[in-house]
Design a protein. Sequence first.
Length: 194
Amino acid sequence: MNKQFHTKLKEDTKPFHDLLESQTLPKKLYTLSITKEEYIKYLEIFLMIHICIEDEIVKFPQWESFGIDARRYLRKELLKQDLSLLGVNDVSSHTQQLKIDDFETALGYLYVLTGSTMGGMVLSKKVSEVFANTPYENANLYFNAFGVDTQKMFMEFMRTLEMYASSLSEDKKNNIIKGAKECYIFVKEGLENG
Ligand code: HEM
């Protein structure tokens, strides 16, 4: 039997994922050693990342035939709300140059952003823990993502992606994987240059 596309996508991109987990700010959050200022920096970096990627993703007309409304998966507003809870209201409009050329590459990017809600379920608890009994303990909306529907939303996306991929040529399938790798690199560079 052919390997599920999701299995291949996850396996091929695992080294990129693991590299992110060891970046300074994610590691500090995971180990509960992050300060309020560092957490603000983390959210500002991810806001820049989400703005760049989400603005590109929504441009594709193919979403309608793909079968999900990509706008339901966007999370830049949650980052702004967390920053506001932390007292940061004048969010910087600084963005990196990013151009996503085709729909399959965009699917790879959205896979990474949506998949990150899986680790987010762990990280959201870390935020409540590290800022327990401070006004910031609920500034975890970004990691909480879609609340009780978080896993369901990711599974819905993956089911739709699996179906879509089954009709694609190998080249186009590889473009999805390439998009996911590019996205991981974009996030890593964002964290490094923050
Ligand atoms: C300290 C930081 C992080 C931790 C501890 C973490 C942890 C996790 C965990 C536990 C899973 C679920 C694995 C599974 O069910 O097999 C996961 C999945 C995932 N994470 Fe992370 N993660 C982190 C950061 C990130 C970041 C920054 C991104 C990208 C922006 C990301 C992207 C993903 C993706 C795409 C998946 C889904 C993989 C799949 O099932 O296909 N993660 N992560």
